[in-house]
Design a protein around this ligand. Structure first.
Ligand code: NAD
Length: 327
């Protein structure tokens, strides 16, 4: 492709992706599936990788998606909330494994976790008391949604220990709550939500906490930003500590010692995903040991020590919606 044409295509893709991101993050009304979005994003990454001179600071590849909405107080994240790099096939995973092993000499294992399709949240506890809950926003500044998160039953208001910690996880809407909500909205002539993720995001942005309470949201917590008194030295240990503190932890996480084991885990949950009571859109593969994570580090947008394998297009969320409505 000619240079001018490449530059044009990069601009075009950025414009299109920014419009989709606005519909997804700000309006909670996506007009394309995640797979269509991911395909265009992938094309942009490839063009930018081959032509690094054309990368602009405001490219979607250089920023964490999302924007702070009016109506909520802003919260500055002392520890940024990042996104994840993507993998779409076994080759991408093998390339990730090679990159990781070039960046650390330590013996590593991986931990596979379900990629919960909800909204990233950050929860702060002081002496064991829940004092602040925030959205990811643009990664640096999020929305203060403490009062809304107090309405989510699985989020402890007091921990089992008087610890001062900041944890990260996903707030999501279980599939049955989503179906009931959409049915009720249809009956009352309101717009239905496209999928549980958008329903969860829309619910957490309600200014009336009573509405949030009725939406039956839930949560899974999977990481720590401020460790306080926690002593874990690996992701698998941190999940155990978080559980002991009273957080809801996804039980399916599994430590793997090779990419073959990672692939087996992925295939298993690709099969099982429709039987789960909550929506997942992939598998997150993380280097398990924190010391190795530190060696490996971050890009501007995501940790280099983790990757999100995205499930293929034929199992798209719109298809899921159709199936679920007919049962
Ligand atoms: P992402 O959703 O691909 O991955 C990062 C997020 O995964 C984290 O922020 C976290 O919230 C979540 N996550 C879930 N389970 C996790 C776990 N166990 N461990 C760690 N993180 C976990 O990246 P993103 O930046 O949040 O969003 C980009 C994606 O959003 C796109 O790839 C696309 O699928 C979707 N999107 C869709 C549209 C659309 O119009 N359909 C528009 C914009 C973005």
């Amino acid at each position: 492709m000619e240079e001018s044409r490449i530059r044009e295509r990069i601009t075009e893709l950025n414009k299109q992706l920014k419009q989709y991101a606005k519909e997804y993050y700000e309006l909670d009304q996506p007009t394309v599936t995640d797979q269509e979005y991911d395909q265009l994003y992938h094309e942009l990454v490839q063009l930018e990788t081959a032509n690094p001179n054309f990368i602009t600071e405001d490219s979607v590849t250089q920023q964490v998606g999302g924007k702070i909405l009016e109506g909520f107080e802003k919260v500055r994240h002392e520890h940024v909330m990042l996104s994840l790099g993507n993998a779409f096939n076994k080759e991408d995973l093998l390339a990730f494994d090679q990159r990781v092993k070039k960046l650390t000499d330590r013996q590593i294992s991986y931990i596979c976790e379900l990629k919960i399709d909800g909204l990233a949240i950050s929860l702060t506890y002081e002496n064991g008391r829940f004092i602040q809950g925030a959205t990811r926003g643009d990664g640096t500044v999020g929305e203060n949604i403490t009062e809304n998160l107090k309405m989510v039953k699985s989020i402890p208001k007091r921990l089992s220990q008087p610890y001062t910690v900041e944890v990260r996880g996903e707030c999501y809407m279980p599939k049955d709550s989503f179906l009931k909500l959409n049915m009720a909205r249809e009956e009352s002539g309101e717009n239905v939500f496209a999928n549980p993720r958008n329903a969860a995001a829309g619910s957490l942005r309600q200014l009336d906490t009573r509405v949030v309470a009725k939406r039956n949201l839930s949560s899974f917590i999977y990481s720590v930003a401020v460790f306080g008194e926690l002593t874990a030295i690996s992701q698998s240990e941190v999940l155990t500590e978080l559980k002991e503190l009273g957080f809801n932890i996804n039980q399916e996480a599994e430590v793997c010692h090779s990419m073959e084991e990672v692939w087996t885990f992925i295939q298993k949950f690709q099969e099982l995903r429709n039987t789960l009571p909550y929506e997942i859109d992939g598998i997150v593969v993380k280097v398990n040991e924190f010391a190795a994570q530190e060696d490996i580090g971050f890009t501007v947008k995501a940790p280099r020590w983790a990757i999100a394998y995205k499930f293929p297009a034929e199992e798209s969320e719109t298809k899921l919606l159709d199936i679920e409505w007919t049962v």
